[in-house]
Design a protein around this ligand. Sequence first.
Ligand code: 5AD
Ligand code: SF4
Length: 499
Amino acid sequence: MSNVTLPLSDSLADSLATGPAAAIASHTEALPTTAAPRRVFIESFGCQMNDYDVARMVEVLRKSGYERIEEAEQADLIVINTCSIREKAENKAASAAGRYRPLKEKNPSLIVALGGCLAQQEGDALLKKIPVADLTFGPDQIPQLPGHVATLLGQQSADPATWARPRTPLGKYRLRLAKTEVIDVEDYEFLDADPRPGDVSITALVTIQKGCDNYCAYCVVPNTRGREVSRPADQVVAEIKRFVDQGAREVTLIGQNVNAYHAIGMPDGDDFAELLARCDKVPGLRRLRFTTSHPHYFSRKVADAFRDLPTLCPWLHLPVQAGSSRVLAMMARDYKREDYLDKIAYIKSVCPDISLSTDIIVGYPGETEEDFQDTCSLLELVRYDSIYSFSYSRRPGTPATELEDTLPQEEKSRRLQIVQALQRTITNERMARMVGRTEPVLIEGLARMGNGQLCGRTGGNHTVNMDPPATGEASALIGQVVPVYITQARSHTLAGQLA
Ligand code: 5AD
Ligand code: SF4
């Protein structure tokens, strides 16, 4: 852990507070406010792990008197939850911070905090790059977030007369903190979700694992999220029960490599299949999903769960990354093209109508035209419902930086366009298969585009929009799984009618 503080700020901070609890005390004493809640605005980038972290931030901040708001202009605290998976994701954090700078100039006591993977990886360096930021904090520091903010506020509310040097809201001599301590695997404790009635949507995320031990050559996650830790199964099940009690009907289990889950101790190491079986039995849970999977760890027992567990949806995201065994070896993925295709064939044999999706990286260092064609042919063979495709992005500190990145950006872009065009055709075909069927759809709420339509998802994770019932309350259907006749396939959504 490191604190970026100049000598003056250090001593002042010490005199104000010696730890989070003291900091909170000094902050509450010092602020001349009534009990009005302080307001936090959060902008988050990246994956579902980051979405999950945001929910935990909101909960810990709520206990310290914060409420979440949707307009940054009204905020006392702005949190930007960063992602560092690709360069583009990194740039988004910097431009978000730039957008909030005028607010900080107007309101000197506004605190701007950067969380997430980029904050974890860069800590102090990110404070130097982004002057508007007061705090950088890693994912393991979420429980301490209110304390870190209070430390900063304690200093901000001190009598300026005691300051020996000039101080401005963005001044060089203000206290700034980089809190990037990672909790040891043995000591790591998962923060339990604490959903409030009315806060919970029909679908909920439940974390079962943090970190990743895979060290795929291109990936920054083992550096940002640390070693893999599995969450005890009883905690996972208890959390699902809490969400279901508050109205959730679908749960997605999340982790960087859920198939490597190991907190039960099954003799053959197949703990994830056992965890799925336990989650499936939670009363009131209608649908279970999981993401994200690593093909190397994906076992037959987990595939069989698609056939055997009533709640497990026929949907699987199984990132392949590349279709060429040569590139997969350079990526340190631990499987060959044929192994992957064998697993897909087995999954399709136990669950023939499963909707599959994947991640693809094009333009990996050393990827030849022939390797690239292997990726295209794999897409043709598997016929995914959808894919996420990316051009390789060099990430500092990853093993792939040692490979020579020779492909020009134009060539990477060309390959990306080809992959995306190919997949569009396949996606159209996969969406068209749904038309004319009557599918069980979990109604999640009103459609985003308004006009009173309801919106839900099929088991295969396709969004379906439909008119509300002609009679009766549309809202009575929210949270129910109802039969819907699919009338039309659009590029990424379906249209249907309540059957
Ligand atoms: N460059 C491009 N794509 C990447 N991904 C991860 N790291 C990189 C990188 N350095 C992609 C992978 C992964 C998804 C979450 O992001 O496809 O599965
Ligand atoms: Fe999520 Fe990975 Fe981005 Fe971190 S780097 S926020 S784990 S996608």
